[in-house]
Structure formats: C-alpha cells, structure tokens
Design a protein around this ligand. Sequence first.
Ligand SMILES: Nc1ncnc2c1ncn2[C@@H]1O[C@H](COP(=O)(O)OP(=O)(O)OP(=O)(O)O)[C@@H](O)[C@H]1O
Length: 253
Amino acid sequence: MIEPDPAFLAVRNVSMRFGGLLAVSDASFFVKEGSITGLIGPNGAGKTTLFAIVSGFQKPTTGHVLWKGEEITARPPHLLARAGIARTFQIVQPFAGLSVRENIAVGAFLRHKRRDDAIALAEKVAARVGLTAELDKPAAALTVAGRKRVELAKALATEPKLLLLDEVLAGLNPSEVRDIVPVVRAIRDSGVTVLMIEHVMQAVMNLCEAVHVLAQGRIIASGTPAEVVATPAVVEAYLGHGAATRLSGKRDA
Ligand SMILES: Nc1ncnc2c1ncn2[C@@H]1O[C@H](COP(=O)(O)OP(=O)(O)OP(=O)(O)O)[C@@H](O)[C@H]1O
C-alpha cells in the first residue's frame, strides 16, 4: 500500500475530452513528497495528457490539480516552473545551434538573471547528469541518450521541487538505461520529487516506490510496483482480456 500525500501534488477527478474522445477519465492520484512515482499504462492511455495538465500545458475539461494544497489547475507553465514544477518532453528538441552548456543554461535563467550565474549552475547540473565532457559540443551533435540527458538537465536547472519526466528512457539501449537509473535516483536523493511516465518496466520496478496505472484514461491501479504488476486489471490492460486468468494457469472464463 502507498500512503496518500494530499499535501504535495494532488490530481483530483481530472477528465480531458478531445471532441468525442475521453482521453483522461476522472483520474485522481497523489504524489508523495520525496518519492519517485511512476505513471505507467499502455499506449494511448492518457499519460502524456495528464502530464500536460499537471504542468499547465493543457486545461482539463473538469477536475483539479493541487500543489501544496493550492489550486493550480491550468496555471501557465512558466508560473508553474517558477513555483517549482518542471517537465521534460518525450520528443527532445534541444536548441540545435546552442552548445550543451547553453541549452542547460536556458533552464537556469528562470532563477538566475546574470549570464555567469546561469552558466555556473548549468555546469553544476551537467556534472549531476554526466554531461561535463559534452559541455562545449553543439547539442545537435549528441546521441539520443545524450540529448535525453540535456533535456533532463535543462529541467533540473530550473531548480524544481517536482520533476515530471516523460519517457526519459525511451529510445535508449539497455546499457544506457542502466547508466541513467542512478542519475534519476540521485536527483530524488537531492530532494527533488520525481513523477515519471515510463514504459521500461525494469526501470519502474527499480526506481519507483509508488506507481499509478492508467488504461483508457482511467487509473486502474495504484500501489508499489510489485503490487500493481500483480493486479489482474493491469495484466489485462497490457496483454488483453482474460490474460490474467490464462497466466495464472486457470481456465479462461
Ligand atoms: N490534442 C489532442 N487532440 C486529440 N486527441 C488527442 C490529443 N492529445 C492526445 N489525444 C488522444 O488522447 C489519447 C491519450 O493520448 P496520450 O498521448 O495522453 O497517451 P499516452 O498514454 O501518453 O500514450 P503513449 O504511451 O503512446 O505516449 C490518445 O487516444 C490520443 O490520440
């Protein structure tokens, strides 16, 4: 069981309709301060839409997002960033003409107006995500794994309290995934709460203490990783109706 923590981030009865499609349906969950919390679910489940709502990029059709008890629903992203909520994007698009150092500094400028201060913070953050050797390179010259780290660093440079990671591990090979897992853990250990959308289950199992599972817009399970993967509704959402029964060796009803 995971303990609810309404005092940090609370998503309450959020629904999002796009024309005839209910992409998120009455979703409620909490993120506990100091945790790494996972948001998982099959493709098209509504995870990115929920992220967009929490980070102010989209206004939900109904429902509320509360941050430290305060209503922040549909507050614009730059104000949420200032309040301490930063996000990364699934499709990483660094400023191609800028160096890695300058890309990370873009995030640092949120709280540091002097260029020297922003650059100094960018270099510190680069060290935390393993980019020190790449600082002078154009961001466009990096591999996918490198660009994912730049995306992570840019968000981290805004000095968030809550970091929303949208599939930072997607497109990485198994050894790149292994390399980045301790980086995410160290971010949490430094006091930044992490909410991550992730398909790489190995990483979810290793990193997350709490997981919420979305399927067809609904939260169908919440718990520890071990609890949710043992939930028949979760198995069925990934593998199809009747899968839980078949896997348990019982006759399909
Ligand atoms: N702006 C939009 N307009 C119309 N439909 C949308 C819009 N954004 C998302 N959708 C639809 O809402 C549903 C949920 O999409 P979303 O991207 O949130 O899912 P997801 O769980 O993040 O999927 P994936 O794991 O594939 O990234 C999908 O059917 C998608 O096509």
